[in-house]
Design a protein around this ligand. Structure first.
Ligand code: DC
Length: 229
């Protein structure tokens, strides 16, 4: 059967990964969470003290990029692939507000982007992939057959992320989460290399008032129509 590439881009916490994961499962496609890859680099940078509240040693991080190996391994128990940094499962460690704070500056570095984009293109070269991120439809797979651009109000997104972090047991305030979401939107949309923009041929979905089921049904319909063409 014909396979396609599905690119899902959009602002932070728009629920891209929830939809992408379920879409991939339904179509029996591979799901790639590219945000997890940038988060893994941020984790490495924090661990090695290349970035902190007062330091951002870009040169030191860039010189060590060769020491970073990011892989995904499917976990049957949770039903999706978890991210590993140099063989260590860091899936839970990268979902903190601390990583969210440092990941956007890390993602501005062209050297980091080049390395990760190359790996992403390899992962999708045989198609049959659902990839979510910020530059999938514009840079990683500009020829993707189906491109989605997800949006929702900053407040809606912050509320969703806040509840997720609370469920994990993190201690934080809604205001901190809202501030992180809006700061990340700004850095991601205004950076020089591969800024977050809607590809001309992407379908924009504002999901502020849509349920996951509604979004999924719509995307499955679109994907199946393209696959059967
Ligand atoms: O999707 P996420 O929130 O896990 O992504 C974390 C950060 O990584 C996001 O703020 C910007 C960056 N990112 C990127 O620049 N390009 C991508 N394709 C994916 C994520």
């Amino acid at each position: 059967m014909k396979k396609i590439v599905i690119a899902i881009d959009g602002f932070s916490s728009t629920g891209k990964s929830t939809i992408a994961k379920q879409l991939a499962k339904t179509l029996n496609y591979i799901y790639v969470d590219t945000g997890a890859m940038y988060r893994a680099v941020a984790y490495f940078a924090l661990e090695n003290k290349f970035i902190s509240e007062d330091v951002f040693d870009k040169e030191a991080l860039i010189s060590r990029l060769g020491d970073i190996s990011i892989t995904f391994k499917f976990n049957e128990a949770v039903g999706f692939a978890e991210v590993y940094l140099n063989g260590k499962n860091i899936e839970a460690d990268i979902r903190t507000l601390r990583i969210s704070k440092f990941v956007s500056p890390i993602a501005t570095l062209s050297e980091v982007r080049r390395k990760l984009v190359e790996q992403q293109q390899l992962m999708g070269k045989d198609k049959g992939v659902v990839m979510d991120g910020r530059d999938i439809g514009t840079v990683v797979f500009p020829d993707a057959e189906l491109k989605i651009f997800m949006t929702a109000s900053a407040e809606t997104r912050a509320k969703r992320r806040y509840n997720e972090l609370l469920d994990r047991g993190d201690q934080l305030s809604y205001e901190d989460v809202l501030e992180n979401v809006t700061t990340r939107d700004h850095i991601d949309s205004t950076r020089e290399d591969s800024p977050l923009v809607r590809a001309d041929d992407a379908l924009e979905i504002d999901n502020s008032n849509l349920t996951i089921k509604e979004q999924l049904e719509r995307l499955i319909g679109l994907a199946e129509e393209l696959i059967s063409k």
